[in-house]
Design a binder for this molecule. Structure first.
Ligand code: IMP
Ligand code: MG
Length: 182
């Protein structure tokens, strides 16, 4: 696995530190949420599950964790533009404070679709925490309240991010050698 990575962008320590910072920001920003409303942390499977697991433990407030699965990528390295719900939430989010934990914002197609879909269920609020935001030219205009790191427009893997379902368990985030997916 390690041999397929040309460069490490964010080490395990970098990720740990940044996720704790975001958790502290969320703890501060949501400290006054009423118990009757509550926070629902939603992750988009499968890539964001590792980030959400670490983020949840860095937030010192009561919260619920829920999962959605959508597809926009297949096994390729380029967005297909097609977003499909493969698994919907288990909880009701009406009147609740939703935080979407995303692994990476690339074209933004996935999040645009998801936010529209979740907003139609009338949550009290909806914000995005994305671990990474790719510096691409064509990115949907999405307001992410929490961004971990900006990253270059390359295909990256690790800490949840995959190529053809591999590399998710790398403890760091790195650039996948192009010869692996070309
Ligand atoms: P978007 O709809 O183009 O923003 O794509 C978002 C999803 O594509 C992310 O949640 C990832 O699952 C996947 N993705 C985008 N860029 C990469 C990458 O560089 N490596 C691995 N997965 C990626
Ligand atoms: Mg994803």
């Amino acid at each position: 696995m390690h041999n397929d990575v040309s460069q490490i962008l964010f080490s395990a320590q970098d990720l740990d530190r940044r996720v704790r910072e975001i958790g502290a920001d969320i703890t501060r920003d949501y400290a006054d949420v009423a118990e009757s409303e509550g926070i629902v942390l939603i992750s988009v499977l499968r890539g964001a599950a590792i980030f959400m697991g670490d983020l949840a433990r860095a937030i010192e407030l009561p919260l619920e964790m829920d999962y959605m699965a959508v597809s926009s990528y297949g096994n390729g390295a380029k967005s297909s533009g097609v977003v499909r719900i493969l698994k919907d939430l288990s909880s009701e989010i009406t009147g609740r404070h939703v935080i979407i934990a995303e692994d990476i914002l690339d074209s933004g197609l996935t999040l645009t679709y998801l936010m529209k879909n979740l907003a139609s269920r009338n949550p009290a609020s909806i914000e995005v925490a994305t671990l990474l935001r790719k510096k691409t030219k064509a990115q949907a205009d999405i307001t992410c309240r929490y961004v971990g790191f900006e990253c270059p427009d390359e295909f990256i893997v690790g800490y949840g991010l995959d190529y053809a379902e591999r590399y998710r368990n790398l403890p760091y985030i790195g650039v996948l050698k192009p010869e692996i997916y070309q």
